[in-house]
Design a protein around this ligand. Structure first.
Ligand SMILES: Cc1ncc(COP(=O)(O)O)c(C=O)c1O
Length: 384
């Protein structure tokens, strides 16, 4: 075992967020099997935010609030600290103040780099030699890249209809790629079986605790880049929900640290009509037994049965948020509108947040003068 340097991370425990049961953070954990929920890393809530000034422009600037104990285990390609861009033409047209967190600037072209950088760093620290992951596309590319850099073996399982660029990306980084018919749930099943057979570690969304920690840094960045004042509304393109739950965790942590004050943003889940289990849950109180998803261009949102659905529902309730869908045609229209109006190419998931905003304005759920944050979670170029 490598020597552990002290003072880098303020992590104290891994805990079930429902019943509070503590799990040993010095061995690899999956999820809170006691309550069938994701595990939450807990931190000592004492850190002066002035320490951040002048630090590296990557998510590792928040290293005390991340779980890696020894800095030598950090596997980084320069992820995080993505720009927060005002959408001036959209703001003028809509009368609300709209900005966009452009996550396409991350290594491997998507926000998946955040969660995977932290999870692979922690896997390295815990001596894991083989990571296995089901992926709709972007996470698989990120896992392949970070495992290549860490010297860890990677196996990625993707739906066979995933765009060729994303498949090729995994192969280029030297990962083993397995294609299966169907959507992400079919890939998840195979990942579990493979992990049992090979002893590899299953990195499925929220079934290991540290991708969430990486994604939560979006919440820290939004606060820091806005001078510690959060927007009124955040519209997030939601699949497995790591980003939504992660940002909410970050906001709660920052409240405890005394870094932010005042009301938290109203959180909005956007999905596509072809796969909208969270909208069913939000509107009807449950996801129908016979729920079936259809393929969508926004493949990152095609998660028919998200493991953390209850926790996402809780975020909507606690934040006074909402959930809504957009159509495949609206995704296309949104990409064109933002490209011509703002000079930005959005991925279909990013476009969903913009089209979601238009619907919320129509419904008067968003009010004139409010500050709205949209997300572009990936690069348009990966979808060609
Ligand atoms: C581009 C893109 N946006 C959004 C999502 C959904 O992310 P989350 O798991 O945080 O809900 C994904 C997940 O694959 C994605 O690739």
């Amino acid at each position: 075992m490598e020597t552990v340097q002290s003072g880098i991370s303020l992590v104290t425990a891994l805990q079930c967020p429902v019943c509070g049961k503590i799990y040993d953070m010095h061995v690899q954990q999956t999820y809170a099997t006691c309550c069938q929920q994701p595990l939450f890393a807990q931190y000592t809530p004492h850190l002066d935010k002035q320490l951040l000034s002048g630090r590296t422009p990557s998510l590792w600037r928040y290293r005390e609030l991340l779980p890696v104990l020894d800095a030598r285990n950090i596997v980084s390609l320069g992820e995080g600290w993505t720009p927060l861009l005002p959408l001036t033409a959209v703001s003028r047209r809509t009368g609300v103040s709209v900005s966009l967190k452009d996550e396409s600037r991350n290594p491997t072209g998507s926000f998946k780099a955040r969660g995977i950088s932290v999870a692979v760093s922690k896997a390295k620290e815990l001596g894991i030699k083989h990571c296995i992951m089901p992926s709709a596309g972007n996470a698989g590319g990120a896992l392949s890249a970070y495992c290549a850099r860490a010297g860890i073996r990677a196996t990625v399982i993707m739906p066979e209809l995933t765009p060729k660029t994303l498949q090729e990306e995994c192969r280029m980084y030297g990962a083993t790629l397995i294609l299966v018919p169907g959507l992400l749930d079919a890939c998840g099943l195979l990942a579990r079986q493979l992990a049992e057979q090979t002893g590899g570690f299953d990195m499925s969304t929220l079934k290991e605790p540290y991708r969430l920690e990486g994604k939560k840094t979006m919440g820290y960045e939004i606060a820091e880049q806005r001078n510690w004042k959060l927007p009124d509304v955040i519209i997030y393109p939601t699949g497995g929900g790591t980003g939504l739950i992660g940002m909410w965790k970050a906001f709660r942590e920052m409240q405890q640290l005394g870094w932010i004050e005042g009301p938290l943003p109203r959180m909005v889940i956007v999905q596509t009509e072809n796969c909208a289990p969270m909208i069913q849950l939000f509107k009807l109180g449950k996801i129908a037994e016979e729920f079936r998803a259809i393929r969508t261009r926004a493949f990152g949102l095609a998660v028919p049965n998200p493991f953390a659905k209850d926790m996402m529902q809780e975020v909507l309730q606690q934040s006074d948020g909402t959930a809504l869908t957009v159509t495949e045609e609206e995704l296309e229209a949104g990409m064109e509108e933002i490209a011509t109006a703002e000079g930005l190419l959005l991925c279909p998931e990013g476009s969903a947040t913009y089209m979601g905003l238009k619907k919320l304005i129509e419904k008067a759920w968003v009010h004139p003068g409010e500050e709205i944050l949209l997300f572009n979670t990936g690069s348009w170029f990966k979808y060609c």
